[in-house]
Write a new protein. Structure first.
Lengths: 295, 296
């Protein structure tokens, strides 16, 4: 199995001289199974870069798993060229929207309504298949198995575990570490803490032992107090989560749009030293657009 | 023979208390900085709202791997924002029915009230009101016919017959109320509003939504009045009145600067929003979800 980062930025695409090394496109990850199966995690603007590499292998069968439908994770989808070409098959998977009571097809086809886009969903030429996933539903794609668990974000967000012939990857999508909304002296604290502990354990158990953890790392611990509750995590929290889950390596992604390449490397280095990663592990890397990791 | 105020008050002993939690949730969710534990507390104190939410999050369509048994647990497992938005979607129903589920003859009243609420909010936004005031307009619209809910509770037999008469004009409907139950939904609504010490806007809306001059005194109240008219047009047959000859009273024109047709057109595409709100009122474990889950 191999993984290629196609977009590593959070929130909004930020092209320009300050993001040249790590890239300005929003979330998109390409994963290839051992038999060439094409799995795509999220459809941020990085999806367009991926599309450009696919012309040599048309027609394709792609399996696109959406962690959640915030803009930065779906905005590349209307520009995913294979959807306009007959013969391609695009399978899209994602969560149900409980608030507006919409399935993944209904959510995504809104992006293609008249006022947003010139081509309607029903006019796409590829064969489009949609699957609204339940939590922990497992999808088999050739030699690749994809399963999911709900994470913590302001909208339902699935973290995906991808396995192929003994190798494994976990992608958090957007995720903030859980915390207690009560203070210890308040009445609700103990009950709430019990659920937080249970949910944290469920998440770490689900990703246990993966070769690669790809984690939303929008913030530094200095940023975090002002952004608590926004649904994103920090370098430090991810290192701790990775250790609890005994993962072999961590790739930090969903970089803050405001962070220049130099700043990104600096805050990464600070976190690595603060958490004593060289001694205690696991190995940590910054996700970079175009970076290919072979497992 | 009409009731005296004392007689009405003693009649009202039989009506459940005002569902303050639904109202609080509509208010709290307006504030992006509302502390999470406040919201949890308001929901937890209301068994009916709690039951509604737990039913919703445990429904099959949601697809959770684990059964959720408390509101705190739901917040941890689904996230605060999702729970907040679900509570916001359910609060109006809670506020309006104050019972486990809308009873059959009241379905039309519920539908009409939600439609009025959504239109009143939209009109208020269009007039440039801040979101918190537009929400006040929404709540006032939602509760304008609360007197009908009360009268149905007090006189289920007679009032069912009245609610079923969908051919009547507004005046004829009120005459029939006076004949059959010796009071009107507006009169009892206003009394209840006072007794529950509700905000004046809601009291005026419950008591004065048929009185154009009274509503013209406040632009938000005018929104409710007009929303009620438009909802009657849209909802023909459900509000209990015929819609022949509806037009904007002259005392209202200065608030809006448009006639009723132009105002209706200015609402844009709100049918979806109304359908969605109505759908949640009939939410069951299985059933109404089925069509949207169908996939090619
Ligand atoms: Zn994001
Ligand atoms: Zn997000």
């Amino acid at each position: 199995m191999k993984l290629i980062f196609r977009g590593v930025r959070g929130s909004i695409a930020v092209p320009g001289p300050k993001t040249l090394r790590y890239g300005g496109n929003t979330t998109c990850i390409e994963i290839r199974g051992d038999q060439g199966e094409l799995i795509i995690l999220d459809a941020g603007t990085g999806l367009y870069q991926l599309a450009l590499t696919l012309f040599g292998e048309l027609p394709i069968e792609a399996h696109l798993f959406i962690t959640h439908t915030h803009w930065d994770h779906i905005q590349g989808l209307p520009f995913f060229i294979p959807t306009f070409i007959p013969g391609n098959t695009i399978n899209i998977y994602g969560a149900f929207d409980p608030v507006d009571q919409k399935n993944i097809r209904q959510i995504l086809s809104r992006q293609l309504e008249y006022c947003y886009f010139p081509v309607r969903e029903s006019e796409l030429k590829a064969t489009m298949r949609y699957t609204t996933l339940k939590e922990r539903q497992t999808i088999q794609v050739g030699s690749v198995t994809v399963s999911n668990i709900l994470m913590n974000h302001p909208v339902l967000n699935f973290g995906y575990r991808i396995e192929c012939n003994g190798k494994s990857i976990f992608f958090t999508g957007d995720h903030e570490q859980l915390y207690n909304i009560y203070t210890p002296e308040e009445e609700g604290w103990a009950e709430y803490q019990q659920y937080v502990t249970e949910k944290n354990k469920a998440i770490t158990d689900f990703m246990r032992g993966v070769d690669l953890l790809v984690a939303d790392t929008s913030y530094t611990i200095q940023d975090y107090p002002q952004k608590k509750g926004w649904g994103h995590s920090t370098f430090d929290a991810n290192i701790e989560m990775g250790r609890m889950a005994e993962v072999k390596s961590i790739y930090f992604t969903h970089h803050e749009p405001i962070r220049s390449d130099d700043d990104l490397e600096r805050v990464f280095q600070e976190a690595i030293e603060r958490k004593n990663v060289p001694t205690l592990g696991p190995t940590c890397h910054l996700a970079r657009e175009g970076l290919c990791v072979e497992l | 023979m009409a009731y005296s105020e004392t007689e009405l008050f003693s009649l009202m002993e039989g009506i459940p208390a005002f569902p303050h939690s639904g109202y609080r949730i509509l208010q709290l969710t307006n504030d992006i900085n509302c502390p999470p534990k406040k919201l949890v507390e308001v929901i937890e104190q209301d068994p009916i709202l709690t039951m509604h939410l737990l039913k919703l999050v445990n429904s099959n369509y949601f697809g959770l791997a684990r059964k959720i048994t408390s509101i705190k647990q739901a917040v941890v497992f689904l996230g605060l924002n999702t729970m907040k938005n679900l509570a916001l979607a359910i609060a109006p129903i809670e506020l309006l029915t104050a019972s486990k589920s809308p009873a059959g003859p009241l379905t039309g009243v519920l539908r009409h009230s939600l439609t009025t609420a959504i239109i009143a909010r939209k009109l208020a936004r269009n007039l440039g009101f801040a979101e918190s005031e537009a929400t006040d307009g929404y709540v006032a619209g939602l509760l304008h016919d609360f007197g009908k809910v009360a009268l149905y509770r007090l006189f289920p037999g007679q009032y069912t017959t009245i609610l079923e008469r969908r051919d009547l004009t507004e005046t004829a409907f009120i005459d029939l109320e006076l004949r059959e139950v010796s009071t009107t939904h507006a009169a009892i609504g206003e009394l209840m509003g006072r007794r529950w010490s509700l905000p004046d806007l809601i009291i005026q809306s419950m008591g004065g939504h048929h009185d154009a001059d009274r509503c013209a005194a406040s632009p938000l109240l005018a929104c409710v009045f007009v929303a009620n008219l438009i909802a009657q047009k849209m909802d023909r047959g459900h509000s209990g009145r015929s819609t022949r000859g509806l037009s904007l009273p002259s005392s209202m024109i200065h608030h809006f600067g448009k006639d009723l047709d132009a105002l209706t057109a200015s609402l844009g595409l709100i049918a979806d929003e109304i359908d969605h709100a109505l759908f949640l009122t009939t939410l069951q474990e299985e059933g109404p979800m089925a069509p949207s889950m169908r996939q090619p």
